[in-house]
Write a protein that binds this ligand. Structure first.
Ligand code: PGA
Length: 249
């Protein structure tokens, strides 16, 4: 059985003090939830405060990105061993905003996933099609290209999680319908089986993302291949994210 995972992606929101406040409220709200993995990914500058506020709770803290090298002359970047040293347990890689605004490619995703896994972290690797690609009927082609290009070498790792986030659903209030999510997730799982075998496919957790909210999470989670959510806007408020973590009601 795949344990559901709910990950909050805070993007460029919250100071260290604000992050600690949210985590303290969230830890009280989710203290009684035993069968869901909970991860919060604040900005780099709030990681230490978030880790301190989450200490001893069931909330794991992750980063939103990291560099592929373990150190080096890369001004402004942060490396996977630095995140592991701080106490982070997860890192998001290949988010569509990184791909769209910061030149992330399948090739850099592949190298980052390798670094994240090599340093003992769980990697939440993102992929998803744009609206233009969906309307052109290219959704599955794009997903296949991104999966093969960024993740194929890493699919046997038990610490890889994939997040399917259609770009047209991110921050727009438009969500993939449960059927659209299931179609993409089934396709991805089938591809994983082809590339890495049935065991890897059965074990891999595939999250869905893009405007996941308290009122649509249950229908998405009812799909057999949806194993959790990568949640942006609705994870910024502890009460809202707690309702998502408690999707079973
Ligand atoms: P959203 O963001 O929930 O605000 O749409 C999701 C994400 O980008 O991970």
């Amino acid at each position: 059985m795949r344990v559901p995972l709910m990950a909050g992606n805070w993007k460029m929101y919250k100071t260290a003090r604000e992050a600690a406040e949210v985590i303290r409220a969230l830890r009280a709200d989710v203290a009684d939830v035993a069968d869901v993995d909970v991860v919060v990914c604040p900005p780099f500058t709030a990681l230490a405060a978030a880790l301190e506020a989450a200490r001893g709770s069931r909330i794991a803290i992750g980063a939103q990105d990291c560099h592929w090298e373990k150190e080096g002359a890369f001004t402004g970047e942060v490396a996977a061993p630095m995140l592991a040293d701080l106490g982070c347990r997860h890192a998001i890689v290949g988010h569509s905003e990184r791909r769209q605004y910061f030149g992330e490619t399948d090739a850099t995703v592949d190298r980052k996933v390798e670094a994240v896994l090599a340093h003992g972290l769980t990697c939440i690797g993102c992929l998803g099609e744009t609206l233009q690609e969906r309307e052109a009927g290219q959704t599955l082609t794009v997903l296949e290209r991104q999966l093969r290009g960024g993740f194929a070498r890493h699919l046997t790792s038990a610490r890889l999680v994939i997040a399917y986030e259609p770009v047209w659903a991110i921050g727009t209030g438009r969500t993939a319908t449960p059927d659209q999510a299931q179609e993409a997730h089934t396709f991805l799982r089938g591809l994983v089986a082809e590339v890495a075998g049935g065991d890897a496919a059965a074990r891999l957790r595939i999250l869905c993302g893009g405007s996941v909210k308290p009122d649509n999470v249950a229908a998405l989670m009812a799909q057999p291949d949806v194993d959790g959510g990568l949640v942006g806007g609705a994870s910024l408020d502890p009460a809202s994210f707690a309702r998502i973590v408690k999707f079973r009601g």
